[in-house]
Design a protein around this ligand. Structure first.
Ligand SMILES: [Zn+2]
Length: 161
């Protein structure tokens, strides 16, 4: 079966940026399960998987525009320390999670740490980066009606929700 919209794919991947390994599903010993065509993956990776089948290995290079976007100026924001869980430990260059006023969370990069505030860069940490993925496709199957309704894959053993 070929990968494409409304198919569920499971894969192992290793992401390398600037020659350094950033993350790998192999470290978690669990493949990534994705419902294709529902925005679960960055566009460049999703496109590269199309028409491929279980058992294939792919090397995928993704330009920033098809990844996490280009870096944008004017994305530095000054935030009171109380919005960070571990403000005392923050250092420039670190990635941390910011609780948003409107609810939810956002991954930000620490730009500068002041006395009572932290300047963060709201650009995604991977913005402006060219991404390299080593991918092994493990399984491709049809998405279930429920998965398509939810807009995500249900890995084996996932709890009902
Ligand atoms: Zn679901």
């Amino acid at each position: 079966m070929k990968a494409g919209k409304d198919k569920v794919i499971s894969l192992h991947y290793t992401l390398t940026v600037d020659g350094e390994k950033v993350e790998s599903s192999l470290d978690r010993n669990e493949p990534l399960w994705v419902l294709l065509g529902h925005g679960q993956l960055i566009p460049g990776l999703e496109k590269a998987l199309e028409e491929h089948e279980a058992g294939e290995s792919l090397q995928v290079d993704v330009a920033p525009v098809d990844g996490y976007g280009e870096r944008q100026d004017g994305q530095i924001q000054r935030v009171p320390k109380k919005y960070f869980q571990q403000a005392a430990k923050l250092k420039p260059g670190m990635t941390t999670v910011l609780a948003l006023k409107e609810g939810g969370h956002r991954v930000v990069v620490v730009h500068k740490v002041g006395m009572s505030t932290v300047d963060v860069d709201l650009n995604h940490p991977m913005a402006g980066k060219s991404l390299h993925f080593d991918v092994n496709i493990i399984e491709v199957r049809d998405g279930s009606e429920e998965e398509i309704k939810h807009g995500h894959a249900h890995p084996p053993g996932a709890e009902a929700h």
